[in-house]
Design a protein. Sequence first.
Length: 95
Amino acid sequence: MDFSPTSNGCTRGIRCTADINGQCPNPLRAPGGCNNPCTVFKTDQYCCNSGSCGPTDYSRFFKQRCPDAYSYPKDDQTSTFTCPGGTNYRVVFCP
């Protein structure tokens, strides 16, 4: 997936070309996709309700394949950014 701004005021987009569904760990597999670990396990380790949890094997799995992804609450702050309201985007699902 490629999510890129096309209007002025925002210079950064996100991109992930990994086949997440094809590489999805067995416990997270779902018909047609890959579940979030919180949805599957429903524990604070994966849901991070406290907001102070660290990375898990699953968050590292997603981060390694999609470095632009923000995969847990205390993840690398360079993974977050904002664009001004009214920014237009181009979305490519299979770059």
